[in-house]
Design a protein around this ligand. Structure first.
Ligand code: F6R
Length: 615
């Protein structure tokens, strides 16, 4: 999740852009850059690390001019280097752009542009700049506002993927082209000019009048005017809206808390996680970061997933998937135990460290231990450039974007997504049929839509959550793939509401925990239709017989669930291995609303830190 800011107007652009980048810092960043147009020259400054590094350099270089663009980067393609930081230029260095999103077909475009194109970065964004530059070269005569726009339109028609884009060209001064596909952009209408940004936060100090660009729209902005087109080059009439948000509300995009925003981010970031990482025709995933030859993949006899907390529950879903699809024995090891246990690891073991922050001390130490013992060690990490990402010999970023609420939500779903893709990649190599692979990929593609269906039921979940906010204890139970879901539901509830909760496999209650059950001790059962459905129903009957209130997650269409539960929340059906991606969203909302009912600070629960960098 990178941040874009642009300005075109009467004022000096540089301070507005630098201040804008500071306001966008909450979106996460590892590098930043700015480009300012002054007459027919464009000055560009980029810097790795904090925005303040860039601010210091921009102050030294002065950067006069009233038109400019700037960007905070959160690396996706290519490491954290000055060369990879935006703005990027085309081959002629006359065009400069900032880009959010992913150009999926960047390899094909690069090939099509040919070997005379020299790139200075490893980014897909630079390739996009070169593509637009190439279309400009094709337009005859002096570059005009119109031919510039048409060149951008032509280039964008060739792009597969997502973009939030602002482009300027030294031969068309005082003119910015802004385009959106899947990556939001807002245009602020000020008295002194126009502000362009990924969200409204950086422009609130100047204006509350905004225009929200929609997918497929291209806005051409001068100092005093703007016009919007679609990709068919037809004019589009846009409305100016008045926003009421203050700075903090804008960062949360209108949601009450970061946690709620991050829960709602899931359909979008899930797409970011899987995009470009599979091939439906071959029914398989391609996670290039694995860095293993087919021979090495065949040599893997055991997989160990090392993680803590929520990341370990995501890993447990991965365990089921690796075993079922690839037939490789897989264990989940809690990092703090693994590191001191003298674990049995050898060169036939593939170890994944799974971590949102990439800095969790126990996970890091465990991975170092596994590496010492000769295993293949890879990372499944959210924060780009984090220690785990750097110290492992490969792996995959989960692309969840910055997760600011302490309780993990969108990182969990994206970890599960990547683990499922890895399991499929190994599975196809070993025993999964093409048709099964294809089916799984189609099912993955449907997940965002199904997550949205769940998010649409938030009000119903809230009503149910209110009923359970006054209990002191709760059990979560599930079987098979829903057992890790129960664990995740339980940790979410306890960490943000402070209600005591525990999770068990459904079949375990009668071996001890059942002694606690009474009418004051609710049990939350995850009972979606899968191969253990009947067993799970029996476990719920056992609970009911002890008079414990029952809440259920059941599959849509399972009308008999109502006979078993005081409250039932329905979830769309998907393939069994993918069901945690949906069921967990219900549990996140349930915990969130219980905690809100109790007046808890959901984003910053007591005693917890977002990144646990100490033992
Ligand atoms: C719970 C939660 C934690 C983390 C755990 C590992 O909601 O967020 O349990 O999952 O501390 O953190 P990472 O993933 O950063 O290694």
């Amino acid at each position: 999740m990178c941040g874009i800011i642009g300005y075109i107007g009467e004022k000096n652009a540089s301070p507005i852009l630098i201040q804008g980048l500071r306001k966008l810092e909450y979106r996460g960043y590892d590098s930043a850059g700015v480009a300012i147009q002054d007459g027919d020259t464009i000055a560009r400054v980029r810097s790795v690390g904090k925005i303040e590094n860039l601010a210091a350099r921009a102050a030294t270089e002065k950067l006069p001019g009233t038109v400019g663009i700037a960007h905070t980067r959160w690396a996706t393609h290519g490491g954290v280097t000055e060369e990879n930081a935006h703005p990027h230029t085309d081959q002629s260095e006359s065009l400069v752009l900032v880009h959010n999103g992913i150009v999926e077909n960047y390899r094909e475009i690069k090939e099509q542009l040919g070997s005379e194109h020299i790139y200075n970065s490893e980014t897909d964004s630079e390739i996009l700049a070169h593509l637009i530059g190439e279309h400009i070269k094709e337009s005859d005569g002096k570059l005009t506002e119109e031919s510039f726009r048409l060149a951008v339109e032509c280039a964008l028609k060739e792009v597969r993927g997502t973009y939030g884009l602002v482009v300027m060209h030294k031969d068309v001064p005082d003119y910015l082209i802004v385009a959106r596909m899947g990556s939001p952009l807002v245009i602020g209408v000020g008295t002194d000019g126009y502000y362009i940004a990924s969200d409204a936060t950086p422009m609130l100090a100047y204006t509350k009048k905004v225009i929200f660009l929609e997918d497929g729209e291209i806005a051409c902005v001068s100092k005093t005017d703007m016009q919007t087109f679609n990709l068919k080059d037809e004019c589009v009439v846009k409305c100016v809206e008045e926003i009421e948000w203050n700075q903090e509300q804008a960062e949360k995009q209108g949601y009450e808390d970061f946690m709620l925003k991050e829960i709602h981010d899931q359909p979008t970031v899930f797409e970011d996680a899987i995009r470009g990482r599979f091939n439906v025709e071959e029914g398989t995933a391609h996670l290039g970061g694995l860095n293993m030859t087919e021979e090495e993949m065949h040599s893997v006899k055991r997989i160990v997933l090392i993680a803590c907390g929520t990341a370990s529950y995501a890993s447990m879903v991965g365990k089921y998937a690796f075993e079922r699809l690839a037939g490789i024995p897989t264990e989940v090891d809690v990092a703090s135990e693994f590191r001191y246990r003298d674990p049995i690891i050898d060169k036939h073991t593939l170890v994944f460290g799974v971590s949102q922050s990439g800095e969790t001390a126990d996970t890091l130490a465990a991975l170092r231990e596994a590496k010492r013992k000769g295993a293949f060690v890879r990372g499944i990490v959210n924060v780009v450039g984090s220690t785990i990402a750097r110290e492992t010999d490969g792996g995959t970023y989960i692309h969840a974007g910055p997760e600011l609420a302490v309780a993990s939500t969108k990182a969990y779903t994206n970890m599960v997504a990547i683990l499922l893709l890895y399991a499929l990649q190994f599975g196809r190599l070993k025993r999964v049929a093409l048709a099964t692979g294809e089916r799984m990929l189609h099912a993955l593609l449907e997940i965002p839509q199904k997550m949205n269906e769940i998010l649409d039921t938030a009000e119903q979940i809230k009503t149910i959550a209110k009923v359970y906010a006054n209990y002191d204890h709760m059990f979560f139970i599930g079987r098979g793939i829903n057992y890790p879901v129960a664990l995740e539901g339980s940790i979410k509830l306890k960490e943000i509401s402070y209600i005591h909760s525990e999770a068990y496999p459904g079949g375990e209650l009668k071996h001890g925990p059942m002694a606690l059950l009474s009418e004051n001790f609710p049990v939350f059962g995850i009972m979606t239709k899968d191969q253990l459905y009947d067993k799970m129903r029996s476990n719920i009957e056992e609970v009911r017989a002890r008079k414990a209130p029952v809440i259920l997650i059941a599959s849509q269409g399972d009308d008999t669930a109502k006979e078993l539960g005081e409250h039932v929340m329905y979830t769309p059906k998907t393939m069994e291995l993918l069901q945690p991606l949906l069921n967990t969203v219900i549990l996140q909302l349930f915990s969130y609303y219980v905690a809100k009912e109790l007046g808890r600070d959901v984003d910053r629960p007591r005693n917890l830190a977002k990144s646990v960098t100490v033992e």
